[in-house]
Design a binder for this molecule. Structure first.
Ligand SMILES: [Zn+2]
Length: 129
């Protein structure tokens, strides 16, 4: 069982940094048209568990399709440290690749079929209910 811990992360140039409290027991790869290109590995956390510690004004917001999700990237280095996921935009999805000192090869990898978002979301909600 992975304990809940506090992690630090940042974009590549370091202008955008954040602190996140999470139980890092999985990472999720998504094959939607954006995620498959940026290669992020996501972990979802509740709104109060992520704090942007610097560089909030350096973030670029990108939205597409239903414009529900908010995809943030650093406008200098282009890295995507976190987003507001379409599944629940009141929460955060953290790009675990941007967190310091995490052994990604040790974390179970889940797949989200974002290419078929409606069906994938329905299946996920059914599993949670
Ligand atoms: Zn940057």
């Amino acid at each position: 069982m992975t304990a809940r811990a506090r992690y630090q992360g940042c974009c590549h140039c370091g202008r955008v940094s954040f602190e996140v409290e999470a139980r890092l027991d999985y990472v999720m790869a998504c094959n939607c048209s954006l995620c498959r290109r940026i290669g992020a590995l996501w972990h979802g956390v509740a709104e109060p568990n992520l704090r942007i510690t610097s560089g909030e004004s350096e973030l670029l917001l990108y939205q597409f399709n239903t414009r529900t999700a908010k995809h943030y990237s650093c406008k200098h280095c282009g890295v995507h440290p976190f987003s507001r996921p379409r599944l629940d935009p009141t929460r955060w999805a953290v790009n675990v690749r941007c967190i310091d000192g995490v052994d990604l090869s040790a974390l179970p990898l889940k797949h989200f079929d974002g290419a078929n978002w409606e069906e994938a979301a329905k299946a996920l909600y059914a599993k949670r209910a």
